[in-house]
Design a protein around this ligand. Sequence first.
Ligand code: SAM
Length: 220
Amino acid sequence: MARADGYAYRRAQMVESLRRGGIRDARLLEVMAEVPRHLFVPEALRHQAYSDDVSIHIGEGQTISQPRIVALMTEAARIGAESRVLEIGTGSGYQAAVLSSLARFVFTIERVGSLAREAKRVLDFLGIDNVSVKVMDGTLGWRAQAPYDAILVTAGAPEVPAPLVGQLADGGRLVVPVGPRDTQVLQVVERRGERTFASELKGACFVPLIGRHGWEAKES
Ligand code: SAM
């Protein structure tokens, strides 16, 4: 997907900043130096697209996560070239685009139809053909395509959604922000046989995961 657009220099600076911030996965950094993040944000906000710690509003009260969070979660998921990956919270589609260059198949679920459609439009425009987008409550997972080698939840959950743990392959890793509605801790849950092992990565601040195994939607 390497492209010479007007943003290549800013992308390279973003990647350098991620590297200095502790991201070590060379293939991931290479991919993030290629994916045109500015295409996943509203045109008026494109000047912010390559700041490594800025989350940007994408409409419907939702955001595209900061590049450093995308990098941290992706690195923690330990994705290989043959991996099947599930993402909950398609949002802009940027995280899915990054995953698509690292994994064999990416399945991504969004609860807001208009966001899913716009994400699909950009992914199609970029010629990305190994990402499937579905509109539904992602806290239930995507059972028909399970098991997954990695699951990334890009919205904050009150607790680890049980159906997602059940859809992990043996050795698979679930990366999910867990905590109160406005602030969470990124957790990594690894499945080994019938057992799971959880560890904590760092604090985070995601929009809420709304659904059966998440938060209730608030009336606006
Ligand atoms: N990964 C996205 C990206 O690369 O732009 C950013 C995701 S944004 C921080 C969180 C997204 O999760 C929002 O688009 C929101 O609508 C979605 N979401 C919240 N609850 C959900 C659920 N139960 N199932 C699917 N998507 C959900």
